[in-house]
Design a protein. Sequence first.
Length: 131
Amino acid sequence: MRKLNKKGAEDFFSSKVVFIVLVLIFVGIVSVFLFRVSGGVTLAEQTYAKKIALLIDQAKPGTDIELKLDEVFKLADRNEFARESTVVIDNEKRTVTVRLAEGKGYSYGFFTDREVLWGVDKISGLKIRIK
């Protein structure tokens, strides 16, 4: 069996410390992902973004749509996220983005070239008008 000199022992222990730190970072990232998925946030973001985008695509000009977002608001409140920021409709990029917690959220595109006016009411939900 070989004996390690002082330099070899330092290299051995520093490599183990780096490995442990990398493992802890990986476990932290996986834990955050699992927490978001298990809390229903990711699925709800995807579901509502797609539903809203499909409603916009199917609406005729002059249509007013009002959506109750009780489940969305419940998840946003649980994650201490502002209700006004839960749904964002971008007319330039033609996307609907739903965020229920800090982070990127989920975006889904719509195809209509009509202008979409929208607003989120903290109490009643989402109001959309297709021009």
